[in-house]
Design a protein around this ligand. Structure first.
Ligand code: SF4
Length: 478
């Protein structure tokens, strides 16, 4: 029985991120099973589609919509053979969920195969695409990843087996040095991977008994006989051949700008991203939140699963007892997933079950990692009150979400973001029916991670007039 429970909250009112990647070389002779298992551990980064391209001189591509174990079931990957390959799980952004956008993309150029798997978003891709189109180049997808691949092909104009690591890196650095990309290419008998010079998205390389592999998160290597795991630095990449791996710099170091949301929500709690353990960081954020809060509640309850670590941290610091007063129904399938507000609300009712005796007559401190539109939070607060909660105080272990993302995270428009619409904690509390709302401050977040080296754009208010929220009723009625 398959469920979407790898990262369940993506089915609720949460942010989506584009993608996880896994690839490399398997000594055993066939890399597909290792890639499939790696993608399975990255499922939380994307549930829309999954794919693998693998081979030696030539490659076989398998990709389909659905979860890893559906899209890449045994019969589907039966014919994929070879020691080298890349794989991808994809989160679909608005308007981009069609099967044609599923990755990897495999092309034949000068009679050789190249496959690309990309995590991130490169703003400049649209301009470059237009330039290509003006000279008669056609695109199959509407994805920036295809533009990246075409840019490399156009820059090198020779068989992929002759592309050097440095030459590919120059093509990427020349045109996309401000974009977000952690990407991998499967070439004839080689895999190369690159992390953008700013370092928005994570990328790791692993040396194991089974071979050498790259992945978006280090937990994807779990299950291998690991000898070494190294985080690739911004502007660096790795070349993997049958002789092993080599980490190389392809672009000068720029001012780092790592996505702080990888820690707040996207990455798996067990992962170690940008030099920090994700779970421990979330606990720390919960503690910091408690330090700046003075509410006297009876019980700390996390929104499962996203709020658990922060709620534990909050409870430890405040001394208020922690209980999972909300329990997830693990068996609600993907058929419930739908992007409309009405179905999101139905989803909450189907998915979250309340432990009544814990809630009845209590002042509940509800904790989540972030608040996007407020639709599901409103429903959860309503459910808790119906179950007899005396008061529900909502706490967020990240600051107000006020802005969109340009680097690969699907954040709704500011007209839909509840914090951008209502601005004040009091107003937000009123809108979701809570007795109070309190966010972690941006300053506290920066104190935790550092003033520089991190991206905080989505927590900073829009400056341009035309992007400001137009109506206070839009967020909760759409
Ligand atoms: S804007 Fe937000 S989600 Fe996007 S890269 Fe920056 S921190 Fe991450």
């Amino acid at each position: 029985m398959l469920t979407e429970d790898f990262h369940p909250d993506t089915t609720l009112d949460k942010l989506g991120e584009e993608c996880g990647i896994f690839g490399g070389f398997a000594r055993s002779g066939n890399v597909k099973e290792i890639i499939r298992k790696g993608l399975f551990k990255l499922q939380h980064r994307g549930q829309e589609s999954a794919g693998i391209s693998c081979g030696e001189e030539t490659q076989t591509l398998v990709k389909a919509k659905g979860l890893v174990m559906q899209a890449l079931e045994d019969s589907a990957i039966e014919k994929a053979e070879g020691r080298f390959g890349v794989g991808h799980v994809r989160y679909s952004t608005q308007g981009g969920s069609s099967a044609v956008n599923a990755q990897p993309y495999l092309i034949r150029y000068m009679n050789e195969h190249v496959a690309i798997a990309h995590n991130g978003n490169v703003e400049k891709a649209m301009k470059i695409r237009e330039k290509f189109e003006k000279i008669g180049e056609v695109f199959i997808t509407n994805s920036d990843s295809e533009v990246l691949l075409k840019r490399i092909v156009f820059g090198l104009k020779k068989p992929p087996s002759q592309w050097t690591f440095e030459e590919i890196g120059t093509c990427l650095g020349d045109d996309f040095s401000n974009g977000a990309f952690s990407l991998a290419l499967a070439l004839p008998k080689r895999v190369v991977a690159y992390r953008d010079p700013v370092g928005y998205r994570p990328l790791f390389v692993c040396e194991a008994k089974e071979g050498c592999f790259i992945a978006s998160e280090d937990i994807a290597f779990t299950g291998l006989n690991i000898e070494k795991v190294i985080e690739i630095m911004p502007g660096e990449g790795v070349e993997i051949t049958e002789n092993g791996y080599c980490i190389k710099r392809f672009y000068g170091q720029k001012k780092e700008c790592k996505c702080v949301f990888e820690h707040i929500y996207f990455s798996h709690p067990a992962s170690n991203i940008f030099g920090r353990n994700v779970y421990m960081t979330r606990v720390e954020l919960g503690k910091t939140l408690a330090e700046t809060d003075s509410i006297d509640a009876d019980i700390v309850v996390p929104v499962v699963d996203s709020g658990i670590a922060a709620a534990i941290g909050y409870a430890q610091k405040s001394g208020i007892p922690f209980h999972t007063g909300l329990i997830r129904n693990h068996w609600v399938g993907r058929s419930f997933i739908s992007p409309t507000q009405e179905t999101r609300v139905n989803k909450v009712r189907e998915k979250l079950l309340i432990v009544r005796p814990l809630i009845e007559g209590k002042k509940v401190l509800l904790i989540d990692d972030s608040l996007v539109r407020g639709t599901t939070s409103k429903e959860i607060v309503t459910m808790l009150k119906k179950a007899g909660a005396k008061e529900v105080h909502f706490r967020l272990s990240s600051p107000m979400l006020l802005n969109t993302c340009l680097w690969g995270v699907d954040i709704p428009t500011t007209q839909e973001l509840i914090a951008a619409v209502y601005k004040e904690e009091k107003e937000i509390a009123k809108a979701i029916g809570a007795d109070s709302v309190k966010y972690l401050t941006l300053q506290s977040l920066k104190d935790t991670f550092g003033q520089t080296g991190w991206c905080y754009r989505c927590f900073e208010a829009q400056k341009t007039k035309d992007e400001n929220p137009q109506s206070k009723t839009l967020a909760l009625t759409k």
